[in-house]
Ligand binder design. Structure first.
Ligand code: OSB
Ligand code: MG
Length: 378
């Protein structure tokens, strides 16, 4: 079946359930966008009139430091602008049109659309991603994203440990003014291994020379060196250091950004986060566009729980050329998950493609819930 056939399917909304949860982390994570000790997420459930449901995770942060979207604002957007219109929507295609009227807010839109896709899966109505493309991989290679370290030594020890765990590639967070030679020493300790870096847009024009020096390290990639709207600087960096493999994250939330980046010469590969681009339909569109432009793609993460990780793994299975996706198992980060049997990684750094939607751990969902809001169709 063609994925477009899902557009004419009727929706049977009874209510939306919004759950804000706060999951304790095993350890503190530090990056250029902040320090975090627990992970908040919005878990959206779509209930039909027969008691069936679909569930999705809104993976944006609870602050506006990665993107403008933050969890409380997403809740308000869904409550005030999506749910009222959703009450009158007949088909999935109508819902897509309704969401398209909202400017921006891809993480919010992705959550609503993914909840419907999960509802189809849970109620035996098929999967839009399966309809788009047959699975290519039964086991998906994953990498790990590591925060900023206090010292080069601490970083090297940790990287050693993570490669030993089996991770297929390692991504290190960086920010301007890191001690000179820091990355050079890490590279010297792991001369051949696949190591990339992620700046989360923290560098500016004045830091160009610092970035150009990274060319010699033959990193797997450098992710989002400059602010999302500074594709001009990214292109300039590429001209000055052609050997740097430029990966975009924050800068691409839709097809237009990809066209612009490609035209300017600001992109070599894409970290595709289903939430950041507005959900499964845009994942399909952007993937097709990347194929046209011959831009390699891998799937990124936002430290999702088992809910979001499972959804992203289904997508990642369709990118057989990727070295490793940012889909390390959630048990890596969290003491407990809100699903039973969250995805686990083997010694080769791969995770099995989930066959079904994850089983929701209701007790943990209750335990870690900060608040709940139910929007009933009137
Ligand atoms: O820049 O890729 C990023 C997490 C939150 C916000 C931004 C980023 C990240 C990650 C997470 O790097 C990677 C993962 O989910 O494993
Ligand atoms: Mg990133």
């Amino acid at each position: 079946m063609n994925w477009q056939a899902f557009m004419s399917r009727p929706l049977k909304l009874d209510r939306l359930e919004l759950n804000l949860i706060d999951l304790p982390q095993r350890e503190t994570f530090k990056s250029a966008v902040g320090v975090r000790t627990s992970r908040q997420a919005l878990i959206l459930r779509y209930y039909d009139q027969a008691g069936g449901y679909g569930i999705a995770e809104c993976s944006c942060r609870n602050d506006p430091f990665y993107s403008h979207e933050f969890l409380k604002a997403v809740e308000q957007l869904i409550t005030d602008f999506v749910f009222p219109g959703m009450q009158h929507v007949q088909t999935f295609g109508d819902l897509v049109k309704l969401l398209n009227q909202v400017r921006g807010w891809p993480f919010a839109k992705a959550t609503v659309l993914e909840a419907i896709c999960d509802w189809w899966r849970r109620t035996g109505q098929g999967d839009i991603i399966d309809a788009w493309e047959a699975p290519a991989l039964q086991r998906i290679p994953v990498g790990i994203s590591l925060g900023l370290f206090e010292s080069t030594q601490a970083c090297i020890e940790r990287v050693t440990r993570e490669f030993d765990q089996g991770y297929q590639r390692i991504k290190l967070k960086i920010q301007p003014g890191m001690p000179a030679g820091y990355l050079r020493e890490v590279r010297a300790a792991f001369p051949e291994q696949p190591i990339g870096v992620d700046a989360n847009g923290s560098f500016g024009e004045a830091d160009m020379a610092e970035l150009v020096q990274l060319e010699a390290l033959q990193l797997l990639m450098i992710e989002q060196p400059f602010a999302p709207d500074r594709l001009d600087l990214t292109a300039k960096l590429k001209r000055q250091a052609p050997g740097l493999n430029l990966c975009l994250d924050e800068a691409v939330s839709g097809e237009g950004h990809l066209f612009t980046a490609q035209t300017l010469g600001s992109i070599d590969e894409l970290n595709l986060k289903p939430g950041r681009v507005g959900g499964p339909l845009n994942v399909v569109r952007l993937t097709e566009l990347c194929r046209q432009f011959k831009i390699p793609v891998w799937i990124g993460g936002m430290f999702e729980t088992g809910i979001g990780r499972s959804a992203n793994l289904r997508i990642a299975a369709r990118f057989p050329q990727a070295i490793g996706h940012d889909l390390s198992p959630s048990s890596r980060y969290f003491l407990e998950d809100i699903v039973h049997e969250p995805p686990i990684m083997d010694a080769n750094g791969t995770i099995a493609l989930p066959t079904d939607s994850p089983s929701v751990h209701e007790a943990n969902l209750n335990k870690y819930r900060v608040h709940q809001n139910v929007l009933k169709k009137g």
